[in-house]
Design a protein around this ligand. Sequence first.
Ligand code: FES
Length: 204
Amino acid sequence: MVFAHFPNSSDEEDFEFSDENKEELERIVKKYPVKRSALIPALILIQKQEGKISSKAMQYLAGYFETSAMEIWSVVSFYTMLKTNDLGEFHFQVCDNLSCALMGAGKLINFLEKRLDCASGKTRSDKKFSIERVECLGACGGAPCLIINTDYFENLTEEILEPIIVSLEKGEVVAPIGADEVALNLTKESSFASSENKTKTILE
Ligand code: FES
């Protein structure tokens, strides 16, 4: 069994909420009858401000919620949506659970690691991409699938992923690809873009 240890904080800067987020935290806390119930929203607020949740931030929250840093860490290490490391501008969360594994997630991960020059669980040195293997994304009908930042991409193959990556490298916005669009076998004339600002992602 692997245990997640409390992250080392020796080279981190002290955490402080911005004035705006201090007010936001007070507003969030007032919504709950018990202050401690606001812990997860508070962690999400930290992640929004800092891009991740540092050990110094966990210690800060421990003081705020009058609990131990280890208790805060037990929550942070449980939820995969809460991040303790720097992520890339485009964060790929690739499902490797049963349905996706059976439908080729392993091959897809190998492709991504080579194509993005980034190992799973790491962030590329230029901070452009990061890859994370995750548990079921709740889209088993669209296996294999992944999430880029907050958008779902389903029924993926290397051929579908390649133009998506090219668009991201160019800084273009890529619209999500749900299972329905792929099932309809849309052609070059069709676009998954939901607004004219979005770059067209075309299935070859
Ligand atoms: S197993 Fe991959 S989304 Fe459920």
